[in-house]
Design a protein around this ligand. Structure first.
Ligand SMILES: *Cc1c(COP(=O)(O)O)cnc(C)c1O
Length: 378
């Protein structure tokens, strides 16, 4: 079955108890045994819960995996999968990652005795040279935030497979609707479901999806052992959001592409970073690897920090806030907000400048969004 159908039906038949058409919220900690030595399908909600299972099955289907696992936050998914690594193992990560991932890798995982290398994985030779005898995991994220740089997942997966290294892709920015890393040879997909998958800015959550039975068994063990799973009510909300992912992504994509084209022509804008524009240096890779571009992109305002701040203060419909992927449009200033924890030189070296603005385009009417940006720039 196709994506739109799977998002509504995978893992979600009528409930066996009363035939409820949508998965009920099994707000319960424990389940009665059928008899001595005879547990039912579920015994304790940390180990498994019917509402959670519906969401996990649906996400696995949408990413083309066999097993899905959901967590209380995106960072809980990250912490759980990083628990695959032990002291003496080597982790290779892309050098342009979500800030929270950078923080856990550099401040928590490294302190545990895991060796970490930060590599610009757009350079495949540098990546190949960075792999060692003890390299266990390779961590990618594409597109990156806020500069919208891309990584070639198929090429990276091939290099890693040659060396028996497990690969992971943080697929939060595109959602399974626009990019499926498992189909490109990646072993583990990670999502912050807080963003597009839930899509309504009212839940925090995370997910991992795999198709290798040994990895699935190990992650199930870690999810149960660490207790990082998502609560039934939040699973219900994410599952509800997931049902409209396809229609929402189409709307995000359409609005963002139109606004990117509008800004690229605007006299007060010096640069637009959107992989769907022909001016993007990796536009060819974008067309090969992704089916669409999502709703997030960045641009530079002429006139530096003062002009950028003026625009941020003048928007009326866009809300000045961090995060992304919700139905509502958000605007933010990476230099002073999401990327403030990066040292100034690191921000500058990466290309995050004071005149850079990131927007998460929602699914409001395009004309209202365009008019708001137009008046804010005027
Ligand atoms: C938000 C985000 C995360 C972390 O997820 P939380 O749900 O906030 O814990 C990880 N990766 C990316 C790309 C994100 O945008």
């Amino acid at each position: 079955m196709r994506f739109e159908t799977l998002s509504i039906h995978a893992g979600q038949g009528p409930d066996p108890a009363y035939g409820a058409v949508m998965p009920p919220i099994y707000q319960v900690s424990t389940f009665a045994f059928e008899g001595a030595g005879k547990p039912g399908v579920f015994d304790y909600s940390r180990s498994g819960n019917p509402t959670r299972q519906a969401l996990e099955t649906c996400l696995a289907a949408l990413e083309g995996g066999t097993d899905g696992f959901v967590f209380g936050t995106g960072m809980a998914a990250t912490a759980t999968v990083l628990s695959l690594l032990n002291a003496g193992d080597h982790l290779v990560v892309h050098n342009d990652l979500y800030g929270g991932t950078y923080r856990i890798v550099s401040e928590v995982v490294a302190a545990r005795g895991v060796q970490v290398s930060f590599i610009d994985m757009r350079d495949l030779d540098a990546l190949d040279a960075a792999l060692q005898e003890n390299t266990r995991l390779l961590w990618t994220e594409t597109p990156t935030n806020p500069l919208m740089n891309l990584l070639d997942l198929e090429a990276i997966a091939a290099i890693a497979r040659n060396r028996n290294v497990t690969t992971l892709c943080d697929n939060t920015f595109l959602s399974p609707y626009y990019q499926n890393p498992l189909a490109l040879g990646i072993d583990i997909v990670l999502h912050s479901t807080t963003k597009y998958i839930n899509g309504h800015s009212d839940v925090i959550g995370g997910a991992l999806i795999v198709k290798d039975p040994a990895l699935a068994e190990r992650i199930a063990f870690l999810q149960n052992t660490l207790g990082s799973c998502q609560a039934p009510f939040d699973c219900f909300l994410v599952l509800r959001g997931l049902k409209t992912l396809a229609v929402r992504m189409e709307a995000h994509n359409r609005n963002a592409l139109a606004l990117a084209a509008f800004l690229e022509e605007h006299p007060k804008i010096s640069r637009v970073l959107h992989p769907g524009l022909e001016s993007h240096p990796q536009h060819e890779l974008a067309r090969r690897q992704m089916r669409g571009y999502g709703g997030v992109f960045s641009f530079c305002v002429k006139g530096g920090a003062a002009a950028a701040f003026q625009m941020l203060d003048n928007v009326r419909l866009f809300t000045l806030a961090e995060s992304l992927g919700g139905v509502e449009s958000l605007i933010e200033h990476p230099w002073s907000m999401t990327h403030l924890s990066m040292p100034e030189e690191a921000r500058r070296a990466a290309g995050i400048t004071e005149d850079l603005i990131r927007i998460s385009v929602g699914i409001e009417h395009l004309d209202d969004l365009r008019e708001d940006l137009e008046q804010a720039l005027a």
